[in-house]
Design a protein around this ligand. Structure first.
Ligand code: HEM
Length: 184
């Protein structure tokens, strides 16, 4: 799977091992397809008339499940993580040198995986609990949300921060790989 790359820029042959990040590429792809599996399964489930009715009738609570959980598990977990896998695979080969840091790459993988998993679980759980409370008691979303504090706010802030860290470590690693010298 890994290979020595001998395509340096400026005609200078470089040899390096891509093993560290190639192993992570497989991790990104597995997480990405798993998130796509979850997201597409949600899509099939939420198209059922009863579920659609429930989501529409619960307003802001339903919005947490569709589109907030659905959009992010598919787009961030599936599409963005697959794009990250592509970048981690291609950049060392295109530039002829390894990624700036395998450790940053590993941290970005776990930030994304845990952040998206946490975000998805929190959005679905909060949406379900707050929506059910709205339908059972007749209160509005604002009150249902208030009844679930501080969990509502924590359910947004904690996974959003982890997800953000996953994105930003990836972005930093790409910039440092392109613009700075190698470091393992
Ligand atoms: C740290 C990363 C991210 C966080 C914390 C985050 C959080 C949020 C929040 C709070 C909203 C507003 C929801 C609302 O009140 O309607 C939102 C909307 C949205 N986000 Fe993200 N987001 C992130 C990254 C992304 C990325 C990378 C994508 C796409 C690849 C994306 C796609 C969307 C879409 C499509 C919506 C609109 C959903 C709607 O129709 O309401 N997000 N996001």
């Amino acid at each position: 799977m890994s290979e020595a790359v001998t395509a340096g820029s400026g005609g200078t042959p470089l040899t390096h091992n891509t093993e560290g990040t190639d192993r992570l590429v497989a991790g990104f792809v597995v997480w990405a397809v798993t998130f796509l599996l979850v997201g597409t399964m949600q899509g099939v489930i939420q198209v059922m008339p009863n579920i659609r009715r429930w989501i529409f009738s619960t307003g802001g609570a339903g919005h947490l499940i569709d589109p907030l959980a659905h959009a992010h598990v598919n787009l961030v977990g599936g599409v963005v993580m697959m794009a990250m896998a592509t970048a981690y695979y291609l950049l060392p080969r295109v530039l002829g040198r390894p990624m700036f840091s395998v450790r940053l790459a590993r941290l970005s993988l776990w930030g994304m995986a845990l952040g998206v998993s946490g975000w998805y679980s929190c959005m679905v759980a909060l949406g379900y609990l707050e929506g059910t409370m709205m339908l059972e008691t007749g209160i509005g979303f604002h009150d249902a949300k208030a009844a679930h504090q501080p969990w509502h706010t924590l359910g947004f802030v904690v996974p959003a921060t982890v997800m953000g860290i996953g994105h930003w470590l990836f972005i930093a690693n790409v910039y440092l790989t392109v613009f700075r010298k190698n470091r393992r």
